[in-house]
Write a protein that binds this ligand. Structure first.
Ligand SMILES: NC(=O)c1ccc[n+]([C@@H]2O[C@H](COP(=O)([O-])OP(=O)(O)OC[C@H]3O[C@@H](n4cnc5c(N)ncnc54)[C@H](O)[C@@H]3O)[C@@H](O)[C@H]2O)c1
Length: 329
């Protein structure tokens, strides 16, 4: 990457138009996790500001040595937004030249966030799901659920069935219609509760709003032996008892999870022992799943390394194709 006196600006449409596939995002994110596991990343726990109840705007910087990329995502999550016709997640991502620090690009980060979040669920499945996993349970049928399913399709070759639960039945209907068209070989079932969606599922992904005072519906026993739970929504969906009955508790960033817990708002009742960081699994430093009947939990908070490794591919493709708008610094 070489910086000049201008930056590349990529709108959401520009970013999407670059056509990066979920498989490519998975490859980038897996490599990012492996770099993290090898200690080749710098990623301080994300600070945030909170302008309204249950709303956040987070600063997420990261440097990855190999493949080299540096930058910052400034991303907001506002639960009241969907009712206003606005996205829950929005924001911008800035890439910097690692040699000079000069900004190289500014891009919309909603697509990147959704794709790398889904990819993180796929990476959890790659290392932690039971081989032969056939049934996915999805709780909360929004943006992150869609990309998570895209990633599960890539990483679970035997996936046949998706059981979904969502607060709003019309949203479940839309999810099934859209994802059914994308993956016609899968069978979709609308469930009337989160436990019903999780029952018998080999992999359960939860992606409901993160709130300060959650009422989780998934309690001990909801995840079957041999199941993998991937939480994209902190501790909103699963109770402490459900997390503690798991044989292995993992996270995409153990340091960030424990730093967040220290603030005393989230993760009050998580297990005291964390088995592994996904980076350690991707780097081959620890085994992932070792037995068919292990219950495993992956708490994926979302990490800036995933954003940067994805944005790097997009930036290079944009430069190659002359996509986006050049703006003077
Ligand atoms: N971990 C990460 O990397 C990461 C990244 C982005 C977003 N997120 C989080 O993922 C979650 C979902 O984000 P999104 O962009 O998909 O939002 P979204 O608004 O598109 O989807 C959330 C869905 O959950 C449904 N819902 C709300 N309460 C529910 C409940 N109790 N049971 C079942 N369904 C319920 C909503 O109706 C909505 O359809 C948020 O908590 C967000 O902060 C995590």
């Amino acid at each position: 990457m070489a910086a000049g006196a201008e930056i590349v600006y990529l709108s959401r449409a520009d970013v999407e138009g670059l056509g990066m596939s979920m498989r490519e995002v998975l490859d980038a994110v897996d490599a990012g996790f492996a770099a993290k596991g090898r200690g080749q990343t710098e990623m301080p726990p994300k600070p945030g500001i909170h302008t309204r109840a249950d709303c956040f705007i987070h600063a997420m910087p990261a440097y990855v040595e190999e493949p080299e990329v540096a930058g910052l995502k400034w991303v907001s999550g506002y639960p009241p937004n969907p009712a206003k016709g606005l996205p829950y997640i929005s924001g911008l991502l800035v890439l910097n030249d690692p040699d000079t620090g000069l900004p190289l690009a500014v891009m919309d980060c909603a697509w990147i966030t959704a794709m790398r979040t889904g990819a993180s669920a796929g990476i959890s499945a790659r290392y932690l799901a039971r081989p032969g996993s056939r049934i996915a349970g999805i709780v909360g049928c929004g943006v992150q659920a869609r990309t998570s399913l895209m990633a599960l399709v890539e990483t679970l070759p035997d996936l046949e069935e998706v059981r979904c639960y969502e607060l709003l039945p019309e949203v479940t209907g839309r999810f099934i219609e859209e994802m059914g068209a994308l993956f016609p070989a899968l069978t979709f079932t609308a469930c009337d509760s989160a436990p019903a969606a999780a029952h018998e599922a080999d992999v359960v992904v939860t992606a409901i709003p993160i709130v300060v005072d959650p009422s989780p519906e998934l309690d001990a026993g909801a995840l079957k032996p041999g199941g993998l739970a991937v939480s994209l929504d902190y501790d909103s969906a699963w109770t402490g008892a459900a997390m503690k009955e798991c044989d292995k508790y993992c996270s995409d960033d153990v340091g960030q999870m424990l730093a967040t817990k220290e603030h005393g708002v989230y993760f009050k009742d998580i297990p005291s022992t964390v088995y592994a960081d996904l980076g350690e699994l991707a780097a081959g430093l620890k085994p992932g799943r070792e037995h068919d009947d292990e219950r495993i939990f992956s708490m994926n908070m979302g990490i800036a390394v995933d954003d940067m490794v994805t944005a790097r591919v997009l930036y290079e493709r944009a430069v190659e194709r002359g996509a986006g708008v050049r703006l003077p610094l």
